[in-house]
Design a protein around this ligand. Structure first.
Ligand code: ADP
Ligand code: MG
Length: 701
């Protein structure tokens, strides 16, 4: 029975047929009865309320009036351009206007008769009117589809042409309820339904389309959101369970000589409390006998590199090699240089492998890796190549995770008989709700504390018209011995234009900061890696005072003497990206500044972004705001995950329901990790079906 409903082709629903069916499939992906049932309304209109004409005000959205149609008048020459009808009740009058379908309206509307009018009033030349209202003869009025809250559905031009505008779709939903309502199998346990006071599934599926009242609607929506998030969490948590059951990990039982010696003699600063805590969490994982899959989140500058290094030392103490993978060559080089510096005199051997490593050098690296002489290999994607073989790879650290795909990460697993531990580090703070979903099967550690002595960066927003003043400020800072970044956006589609902006900017900066007193480096995507590196080096060494760049410096570079970040066309960057860029300064002891440059014309959202940046230095707060402003689909690195294709739940709003769903899913799996218990049969059946149908739901760790 249930199987039938889900899978019955939509063309067999009363009122559909082959033609509408193919349009429903093409336009909305609706193939079966169930597909239609899960197309929920995106809003509701309260049709139980009537207004008086005299009550119309600016801020009313859609309203419903009851009154009589008076005179009809066609306006325009031979072919009328619009039809205007006067409409009145005992409080006043208003105009109804049609620009299309004029002759049809003329034929079907009777002057003098009483009507229910529904629409959105707007003002034209000081007078109120409603364009293209819905009209219904008062004598034929029934509370639409037995519901006071009328569902509004997404439609499309092609669907509308076949009579399937929102109301047409509502009619199909109604037919669907008549035919199969009440027959969807319950997919939660009676215990869950009772304990959480959830509406039963069939009732919820009916109420969400045809609410009895606002209260039951709210309950229905809650139930459906919970159900959706519950099954997502169940799947994520199951991945964890399966991994723990099946995948044995390398055991790092000891802390030994290398770690201890480094800690006692080489550590250049006291670790922060957060760094210590995170290292402990990682150690516990790595000693547990199961494979670690941990996400390390920490704001820019929170000191993730040192954590990574200390973890590599533990690997070495247990006789294993490590790999550290960075998304760009510049970053890999920087990691290599700073880590080699820390390790000087410790006996831990570090190598660097990137796309531009020379063949002879490469051969030597390969040999040292295979013999086990090399303990830590730092590099880019080049590490993934099959010819890179380790003697005993025990740990893989991946920096700035969102630049690597899932497939790439899993390739590292295969470089050892037992898959190595994986530590993924990201400086993009991810709001808790997203982290729970995107990384729901990873363990998460958070460094929530910056090293001491950092002065918060001062951020200001300036218009392009004050560029000279900004140049003046740069002069002052440079005179104090500081260095300055100037960053231009580079967005793929408009690359040529962006490139021109960058070069124009470079020229005007060169004029304002002329040789021989000033030296300017420039880095952009069209340069050869060797040239980029040389330019970066000129800046990093302090030879150049200004670095003009596209977003290549977005990730990770560390020049503590740089104290000013100027971001051009700042409105074109997302919040998280702005925060990342800003994180390039504020790394030394000096007061640092971030200057956001924009034109005077700014969208509302753009303006809000600038305000948030000026107000907050907290990456997590900024990420939450980003989620709120742009929705989950647009956040960095989340686009292709497929995890965010939710039907009814909204990760930017439903964090409480999400927390509840995750907690309940964990509780179910606690005593019954494989969902074999009879009381979990309903859950299991739905789960199996979901796993079968959501094929794009690939693993994400
Ligand atoms: P991120 O987390 O952005 O990768 P880094 O690892 O690059 O941060 O660290 C940023 C800077 O902070 C580096 O210059 C590093 O040497 C310094 N640092 C890291 N941890 C500490 C600490 N506990 N105390 C003082 N400085 C630290
Ligand atoms: Mg870093």
């Amino acid at each position: 029975m249930a199987g039938h409903l889900q899978d019955t082709p939509i063309e067999f629903l009363k009122g559909v047929g082959p033609k509408r069916a193919s349009t429903l499939t093409a336009e909305m992906g609706i193939r079966t009865f169930a597909d239609l049932l899960f197309q929920y309304p995106f809003r509701y209109i309260d049709r139980s309320q009537f207004h008086k004409v005299s009550e119309i005000q600016n801020d009313l959205a859609y309203i419903q009036l009851r009154g009589r149609i008076g005179r009809l008048e066609k306006i325009g020459a031979k072919r009328a351009s619009r039809l205007v009808a006067e409409f009145y009740d005992d409080s006043g009058r208003i105009e109804l206007v049609w620009f299309k379908g004029i002759s049809w309206v003329e034929r079907s509307v009777n002057a003098g008769e009483e009507y229910i009018v529904f629409g959105k009033p707007s003002q034209f030349k000081g007078k109120w009117n409603i364009a293209h209202p819905e009209l219904e003869k008062a004598s034929e009025h029934s509370v639409a589809l037995n519901s006071q809250l009328q569902p509004v559905y997404h439609s499309s031009e092609k669907l509308t042409a076949q009579g399937l505008h929102s109301k047409g779709i509502a009619r199909l939903q109604w037919a669907l309820q008549e035919q199969v309502g009440g027959k969807m199998p319950e997919n939660l346990t009676p215990t869950l339904i009772q304990d959480l006071r959830l509406m039963p599934r069939n009732a919820a599926l009916r109420e969400v389309h045809f609410p009895s009242n606002p209260n039951t609607l709210q309950k229905a929506v809650f139930r459906l959101k919970f159900e959706e998030l519950f099954f997502v969490q169940l799947q994520l948590l199951r991945m964890q369970v399966v991994r723990n059951q099946k995948i044995r990990g390398v055991v790092f039982g000891e802390i030994g000589e290398h770690f201890n010696q480094f800690y006692a003699e080489k550590l250049p600063f006291e670790l922060t409390g957060a760094q210590k805590r995170v290292i402990k969490e990682i150690r516990r994982d790595m000693g547990s006998g199961r494979q670690m899959n941990r996400l390390l989140q920490g704001d820019v500058g929170s000191g993730k590199t040192m954590v990574a290094l200390m973890v590599c030392l533990i690997a070495l103490d247990n006789g294993y090699q490590s790999a550290l993978m960075a998304p760009t060559e510049i970053l890999a080089i920087q990691h290599f240089e700073s880590i080699s510096g820390y390790l000087d005199g410790t006996g831990m051997q570090v190598g660097l492998l990137t796309g531009s490593t020379k063949e002879a050098q490469r051969k030597r690296l390969h040999a040292r890796l295979e013999s086990g002489e090399l303990h830590l290999l730092i590099g880019t994607h080049a590490l993934l190549e099959d010819r890179v073989q380790f003697q005993q790879l025990g740990l893989v650290v991946i920096d700035e995770q969102h630049r690597f795909g899932v497939a790439q990460r899993s390739r590292m697993w295969r470089k050892n008989k037992i898959p190595p531990h994986v530590l993924v580090m990201t400086a993009t703070p991810i709001p808790r709700t997203l982290a729970m979903t995107l990384y729901g099967d990873l363990d998460v550690s958070v460094i929530d504390e910056l090293p001491p002595g950092r002065k918060p960066i001062r951020t200001v927003h300036r218009y392009d018209s004050s560029r000279l003043k900004v140049f003046g400020f740069m002069h002052e800072e440079i005179a104090k011995g500081r260095q300055v970044y100037v960053v231009y956006p580079l967005i793929k589609e408009s690359e040529k234009l962006d490139y021109k902006d960058l070069m124009d900017g470079y020229e005007s900066i060169s004029r304002a900061f002329p040789l021989p007193d000033f030296r300017i480096s420039i880095v952009h995507g069209k340069m050869k890696p060797a040239d980029k590196e040389a330019e970066m080096e000129r800046f990093a060494s302090g030879h150049a005072q200004i670095l003009v760049a596209t977003t290549v410096i977005e990730v990770g570079v560390n020049v503590p003497n740089a104290s000013v970040m100027v971001i051009e066309s700042a409105e074109r960057f997302g919040l998280s990206q702005l925060h990342q860029l800003r994180g390039r300064v504020g790394r030394g002891a000096e007061q640092s500044f971030c200057i956001l440059m924009t034109g005077v014309k700014l969208s509302n959202e753009g303006r809000q972004r600038m305000e948030i940046m000026c107000r907050s230095n907290d990456g997590f707060e900024i990420a939450e705001e980003d989620l709120r402003l742009r929705g989950p689909g647009n956040l960095m690195g989340t686009q292709q995950s497929g995890l965010l294709d939710l039907t009814i739940a909204d990760l930017s709003k439903d964090n409480q329901i999400l927390g509840l769903a995750r907690e309940q899913a964990a509780k179910v799996l606690e005593n019954d990790p494989n969902l074999m218990a009879p009381e979990h049969q309903a859950i299991r059946e739905h789960y199996d079906k979901m796993v079968r149908t959501r094929t794009n739901w690939s693993r994400i760790s």
